[in-house]
Design a protein around this ligand. Structure first.
Ligand SMILES: [Zn+2]
Length: 101
């Protein structure tokens, strides 16, 4: 797996099931369950969002979003508007299409 961190730009841990690699996104707490556009990103553990009063963080190990189950989870999150279609489709391309070329 060769995917770069959206924060520091370095390669993520190449082990598929590494707990150093995360997918995360933010919700605006003034609008419950409303995503923050462009907040969805792939990062190292050390590069994750820090706690904030204004935003609620959702996250998961990157490996949760790999494979068929992971693709389904990403699609379900788009359907439930956990993040925007545009953001979600870009992550799907990075994890499920570009990576497999
Ligand atoms: Zn990083």
């Amino acid at each position: 797996m060769k995917i770069n961190c959206d924060v520091c730009g370095d390669l993520l841990n190449e082990k598929i099931n590494s707990e150093d690699n995360w997918l995360e996104w933010l919700h605006d707490t003034s609008k419950p369950f409303f995503y923050v556009d462009k907040s969805l990103r792939i990062v190292h553990r050390k590069c994750k969002y820090s706690d904030s009063d204004n935003y609620l963080l959702s996250d998961g190990y990157l490996f949760w979003y790999l494979g068929k189950k992971g693709l389904n989870l990403l699609l379900e999150n788009i359907e439930s508007k956990a993040y925007s279609q545009e953001d979600g489709f870009e992550i799907i391309r990075r994890l499920h299409i570009y990576e497999n070329e």
